[in-house]
Ligand binder design. Structure first.
Ligand SMILES: Cc1ncc(COP(=O)(O)O)c(C=O)c1O
Length: 439
């Protein structure tokens, strides 16, 4: 190459949730009968959830009868869809007064996250929760060309935000210009108390920061918890970006449809100019996937939606209790039941894992492969555990270290629809943990 294509910033891009599937593929090549039990990916569809019939009917109807849905839409999103999003934002917080000019659609919230961080100047950093959802943490690090900066969430206190740590990080890193709050949280399943969010807003006010609120899971809340919209807590006082999408609650992850809401742009000219920059960037991309946008106004306001949502939340609540019950019965593991979204992150007690533990792997070729993988330099102890677990049981979990966590542990999804299968999987997981720890 005339000039090297090596880009050190690409090393910041990590997505362990799917990287472990590559290990599973390697196992399958060596043992064709190997069956994977995917507890790693937050895709409700692969776990047997169904998109409601009315969504399928509406999609078939527009695809057959409306030629316009096959074309491009406005670069920021279909006007009717942005109108609906603005109305919905105003429903969440009646004083929001958003208009269609405050909304930008993207190809999934994943793309919206990239769009946002890449538009920021390198010196304007956004502090991430830890554990972090890797799309946020990786893309923020990639955009700034530096390691991600994070604040701790505390597993001993229901994964609540450690506000003292957040403030000390803000004080110690003058580049921090924004705070990311993912609520309900992936990977912890936490739903934050209003007082916690108030304190985050106080810090944003004190240090002149903006807030980025990822609320893609806001309808998936249970165990008697209430979700508080950041727009309502901010109450017009702080520049705010809210991110949402249709992947999780409809659920329609394959739609690749998410959006950004810019709140309170009139309060700060710098923030308003940033919002304009993001909109301009979408102009260059021509626009996001059009077909789901044509359906947006009909998805959540349909008379069948609420019953569908209630049934799903009930299932998530049951699964959260069952899984947390099983995992908490293991002496070396602590786990908080999730109150929102569909993930539980468990942590091992300090010192429980070390680099000599194993699980039996019958197939010699698979055993050799795993032994080679776990000897790679710098492999985290929880990743080592996850690889042995995978080869021994087929269960795929995501190591906590893949969420940039200071705690050694793993994340599972709570999406299984079949209670017997769920008990079987988690019974197997429990036995494997006990055997691994005792080995
Ligand atoms: C917190 C969070 N934000 C964003 C996304 C991305 O969602 P989408 O499917 O819309 O790209 C996910 C997906 O798992 C997520 O957990």
């Amino acid at each position: 190459m005339r000039n090297s294509l090596y880009n050190a910033k690409l090393n910041y891009l990590q997505y362990g949730i799917r990287e472990i599937v590559l290990i599973a593929d390697q196992i399958k090549q060596r043992e064709p009968a190997f069956a994977m039990i995917p507890e790693n990916i937050g895709d409700p569809i692969i776990k047997g959830w169904t998109t409601p019939q009315y969504v399928k009917d509406l999609l078939c109807d527009i695809a057959r009868n409306k030629d316009v849905v096959w074309g491009y839409v406005h670069s920021r999103g279909l006007e009717r869809a942005r109108e609906w999003v603005a109305q919905d934002a105003n429903r969440c917080y009646p004083k929001a007064h958003l208009t269609i000019d405050d909304i930008v659609f993207a190809n999934g919230l994943g793309a919206a996250i990239g769009l946002t961080y890449v538009a920021l100047p390198e010196k304007a950093r956004v502090i991430q929760p830890s554990p972090s959802y890797p799309t946020h943490a990786s893309l923020e690090a990639f955009a700034s060309g530096k390691e991600s900066i994070s604040y701790n969430c505390d597993p001993k206190h229901g994964w609540e935000i450690d506000l003292d740590h957040l403030e000390s990080q803000i004080r110690n890193h003058p580049d921090i210009t924004g705070i990311l709050v993912v609520n309900p949280n992936n990977p912890t399943g936490a739903v934050y108390a209003r007082e916690t969010l108030e304190r985050v807003v106080d810090l944003a006010l004190k240090y002149n920061l903006f807030i980025l609120a990822d609320e893609i899971y806001y309808r998936l809340v249970y165990n008697g918890k209430v979700h508080h919209h950041m727009s309502a807590v901010v109450d017009g006082r702080v520049p705010l970006i809210v991110m949402r999408g249709i992947s999780k609650d409809i659920p329609w992850p394959g739609s690749r449809c998410g959006w950004i809401e810019f709140h309170n742009t009139k309060r700060n000219a710098d923030f308003a100019a940033f919002a304009e920059g993001v909109k301009k960037r979408m102009l260059l991309e021509v626009g996001a996937t059009s077909m789901p946008q044509h359906l947006i106004p009909y998805l959540y306001d349909h008379p069948d939606f609420q019953a569908h949502l209630d049934a799903n939340n009930q299932k998530l609540e049951e699964n959260s209790r069952t899984i947390a019950g099983i995992l908490n019965s293991i002496r070396e593991v602590t786990c908080n039941p999730s109150n929102g979204a569909f993930y539980i992150t468990s942590v091992f007690e300090p010192g429980v894992l070390h680099d000599q533990q194993t699980l039996p792997i019958e197939n010699a070729a698979v055993r050799t492969f795993i032994e080679q993988e776990v000897q790679k330099p710098g492999i985290a102890l929880d990743k080592r555990f996850a690889y042995y677990l995978l080869a021994n049981t087929g269960i795929v979990v995501t190591p906590a270290s893949d969420f940039f966590s200071p705690y050694v542990g793993f994340r599972v999804t709570t999406l299984d629809r079949d209670p017997e299968k769920l008990k079987l999987t988690y019974g197997k997981l429990k036995a494997a943990i006990q055997a691994y720890v005792a080995s």
